[in-house]
Design a binder for this molecule. Sequence first.
Ligand code: GDP
Length: 305
Amino acid sequence: RSGLSKTRAQINETAGFMGNDVKDVFNNRLDTIEDLEYALIAADVGRAATEEILEDVRRSEGKNMQQALMDALTLQLEPNASRAEFRKLGFAPQASRVSVQPNGHVIMVIGVNGVGKTTTIAKLGQYYMGRGNSVMFAAGDTFRAAAGAQLGEWGDRLGVPVVQGTDGGDPAAVAYDAATARAARGTDLLFVDTAGRLHNKHNLMEELKKVRRVIEKADPGEPAEVWLVLDAVTGQNGLQQAKKFHESTPLTGVIVTKLDGTAKGGILIPIVRELGVPIKFIGVGESAGDLQPFDSQEFVRALFD
Ligand code: GDP
């Protein structure tokens, strides 16, 4: 089985992925615009995007309804500027996969506890090694007791060196050591795990800023990538958190996990729209291979298979 057909199968196992209602509209079991509107809202697509989708579908009346809906959804997953441009021109983009090759060598991975951050770092390691890159991890979540050990186990399993700190130690020190070591060894990519405790948001945000600063200090001239991991299951709440992170440590990419579960995939639309940051990958399971570069067309097609 190829990676993509595996993603499709995993997504399809959950009929509620986009909400059965949207599927019903698609399959002509429901046929009014109101049905579609209700279904999109229920699928977490959000008010503003729903209005645009309805407008696009109405405008294409007489054409193939299924194709019109797929095009409208695909468009909603485009970056804001090109979405506006394509809607003006009245057609959907052809090639839509974003570049996943990191800018620079260091990628900070942030997000709240439990979203799948540590697992995602392992998956990223496997993905980029598979593309011929050398990889290192930094266990920068010194706050959650088991986090360093968990990343260490993944490192052993995948053959990835892990720079560890001490539990309760300074995460910026771990990031500094790791970024220095990466530069010295000439390793292609360093993924830095970070804390995700939410009960002290202010301190967490300050800590993340500091981690970012020391990475850039240890490895001058390297703009660190900042990828946020979001759990699709948390829907709109997750998006509010994402905005807070984006305000303090500007994001360069988003990874949405747990799309193999009962999550509503519709949440990807407000993520793209409201953060204005590209979705790089989606997580579709718990093992190291369950990560797919995000492709909006493939994703929308999978919703209706
Ligand atoms: P962290 O606290 O953000 O570092 O989260 P973890 O990496 O420890 O993951 C929390 C739980 O989510 C673990 O049980 C993971 O196996 C699980 N998980 C992570 N990504 C995915 C995914 O894409 N799909 C599913 N089903 N589970 C996931």
